[in-house]
Design a binder for this molecule. Sequence first.
Ligand code: HEM
Length: 466
Amino acid sequence: MTTTTARGRRGTTVPGPRAPGPRGVPVLGSLRQWKGGTAEFLLRMQRDHGEVSRMRLGPYTVHLVTEPAAVGRVLKENSGNYRRGVLYEQFRTVMGTGLLTTDGDHWKAHRRAMQPVFTRKAVDAIGPNVVAATTEMLDEWESRARRGEPVELVTETLRLTLVTLSRSLFDYDIRPAAPVLKDVVGNVVEVMFKHGTIGEMVPGWLPTRRNRVIARDRRILSRLVGEIRRHHAVTGEGPLMKLIETASDPASGRPWTDEQIRDEILTIYLAGHETTAVALIWTLLSIANHPPVQEELDAEVDGVLGGRPPSAEDVPDLRFTGQVVDESLRLYPPIWIYPRDAVGQDELAGFHIPAGSSVLLSPLVSHRNPRFWDNPEAFDPHRFDPAVSAGRPKTTYFPFGAGARMCIGNFMALLELKMIVAMINQRFRLRLVPGEFLRYGDTSISLRPLSEVRVTLHPRERGRGA
Ligand code: HEM
């Protein structure tokens, strides 16, 4: 797609029309609708105003962009025109200046330094850690099942993905810190999403409750990073840790500062484990709620693995398991919305995007666009059969983003999810505790369930142990 500003009568360029959208009210714009249920509001924007629409949120002009070529233009072809911007400011209060929150040369140098451990090939090395951490969890589940006790999936999955990430990348046993981190992570995913609130406009040094919570959580996280670094100084282990501790700035040749190292470690921990846990929760619940999917999964997992634990090499053969994960990431993309700011003006799908305005990309809204997804609310892994997927335009599906800023951990997350789903499936059926009501929450940056998720465990008769 090209930028097609039309020529005016005297040869001046005339920008395309403004994107349509809700009128909103003076000063606040559509802030009230936004806060009243952001996901539903954005889905309505797409339905009522089309695939590029415009709204005002307090002082900000914001475009929701779901037209596939326009999403591609923002994330790939014209990505240089789109920075992280004002809506990412909240992330910096928690993560500092790590990979997720920076742009330009700083980002490029840091991404290049850390990329080697995240390639498709390199992440195969995490396989044994996934098996060890999952086996530990499932053995514990077995005694819970014998006692007839349900398990709470938010706690279990956060711990599992945290332990796996920490062992695989940092060679650090984080189990003792898992309960504290669960609370900290719960706070920070909410803080990162708040904007346009009074709390956000108050300076960070004022001792408001919100600022005190952020400062306390930063202290807990910084102490933890200190421990991880001291551990590494003794062992010299952990593939990502080795890269981070020896990285230097390409221009000056100086090693990364303590602050830069802290922020990158925090970014990987925070961006890496909560997202994967959220994806796992929705995948497990979707399987539990769709018996035909469960049966097809049983047949594949038993056929490929025959009761032994999976290795990374088995994963390409677990095709349907992969499609189940893909479909779960379509309906419940953990990072369901992310912003950019336009540096210069642009044109997206024929609409003018003024310089300085914001653009929102929402995998959740794009993934439910009825123009590309039949019956979009239904859970159907066969949408990802190769023949069906082949006809779908690029950037109709982007749970990990796209282009140069695509999630650095995407191969790791997918490998982990497929192996864990297969292993749980070998040993248990899960059922949501009757009467539990489940909805996704759209008040945080990740698409967490709104409440705890308690499931009962039903050991499988076959497919267990070699
Ligand atoms: C299912 C799990 C995951 C999902 C859905 C997910 C989603 C995303 C998305 C959508 C972005 C792009 C945001 C943007 O462009 O504004 C992103 C970036 C990022 N993710 Fe993930 N992520 C997942 C797992 C992971 C893991 C396992 C790690 C690390 C171990 C990780 C680390 C990062 C980092 C560092 C970035 C910033 C990359 C950059 O800008 O260069 N993520 N993730």
